[in-house]
Design a protein around this ligand. Structure first.
Ligand code: ATP
Ligand code: MG
Length: 298
């Protein structure tokens, strides 16, 4: 049982539906998800494309479009964030909660020196002078593994490699020592070696700063490598939660079993979740759940 004090992020029965323009109501993108993240853990969410991972994550910082209706409760440190005003959300973003997306280039302003972008993030949340912010930005750049950070401070994003740009984004995300880091496919756009380095970096930051991490990924190898616990999403629902070890060794939900069976070398790095086998419709999901329940009852 998780008590209020050791959970940083709580989803309680969260559902998200997008208003569609057509005559038929579309299925909910997120469907009744309940989940608590323990302080200091790396929690992985896996699931095929379209299963609702990003939509769930985007509820936390109010990043969904106005066509989305969110129900349930999302709490950060016991505070419900769904009803927060835009200015309260701004204060939450980058301070208590930081988010990293797949495409670093899209998060950075192409016309601005990368170091200044980190320094401004610091100054947006704390009353410190320019010079001190610059020094802290350089220290952060060094911490995330940018060699000779002081001389890269003034570089525009395009002068850095993709992996370096993603490190800058991570440095900016960590600038105010957030308690919770949400990373939505933070390394997917990068080549495999750089991916591994970025994940090691996230793991080290968690160790050094005690940051709680919600890590969204398609990649089962990533889960096996860095996640403490994992949740499997399918068609908007959180089907199963367990330690990475439990999930790989003893998947209980039929979908998880199908998923693992469909990934031949499933814990190797770079193994991506297969698109769900054709027989898996939401109906078959319900049916197989009924079968699993019946099996369990015997
Ligand atoms: N802005 C939007 N308007 C309408 N529907 C949306 C919107 N964003 C997401 N959806 C729908 O919600 C569902 C979940 O999408 P979501 O982006 O959360 O999936 P995902 O698991 O993050 O997929 P991926 O792995 O491809 O990033 C999909 O059916 C998608 O089409
Ligand atoms: Mg996504």
């Amino acid at each position: 049982m998780t008590t209020a004090s050791d959970s940083v992020l709580d989803f309680t029965d969260v559902s998200v539906a997008f208003r569609s323009d057509g005559p038929t109501a579309s299925a909910p993108a997120v469907d009744g998800v309940s989940l608590s993240l323990r302080r200091g853990e790396i929690f992985g969410i896996v699931g095929e494309s379209g299963s609702g991972k990003s939509t769930l994550a985007n509820t936390v910082l109010g990043l969904l479009p106005s066509s989305a209706t969110v129900r349930g409760h999302v709490r950060v440190n016991d505070r419900d964030v769904l009803g927060l005003s835009e200015s309260d959300l701004r204060a939450l973003r980058g301070d208590e909660v930081a988010m990293i997306f797949q495409d670093a280039s899209a998060s950075l302003d192409p016309t601005w020196p990368v170091g200044d972008q980190i320094a401004e993030t610091i100054r947006a949340h704390r009353a410190i002078g320019r010079r001190a912010a610059r020094e802290q930005a350089i220290a952060l750049m060094t911490e995330v593994g940018i060699p000779d950070a002081a001389s890269r401070y003034g570089d525009a994003p395009h002068r850095l490699s993709g992996g370096m740009r993603q490190r800058i984004v991570i440095a900016a995300a960590l600038a105010n020592n957030p308690q919770l880091l949400i990373a939505d496919e933070p390394a997917t756009a990068l080549d495999v070696t750089i991916q591994a380095q970025i994940l090691q970096l996230i793991d080290r930051l968690r160790r050094d700063h005690g940051t709680t991490v919600l890590l969204i990924t398609h990649d089962l190898g990533v889960v096996a490598q860095v996640c403490d616990r994992v949740g499997v999403m399918y068609a908007g629902r959180l089907l199963e939660v367990g330690t990475a070890h439990e999930l790989f060794a003893r998947p209980t939900h039929p979908y998880t079993r199908a998923l693992l069976a469909a990934s031949p070398n499933r814990v190797a790095r770079g193994t991506r979740l297969p698109v769900v086998p054709a027989q898996w419709s939401v109906e078959s999901l319900h049916e197989s759940e009924a079968v699993a329940e019946a099996e369990a009852a015997q």
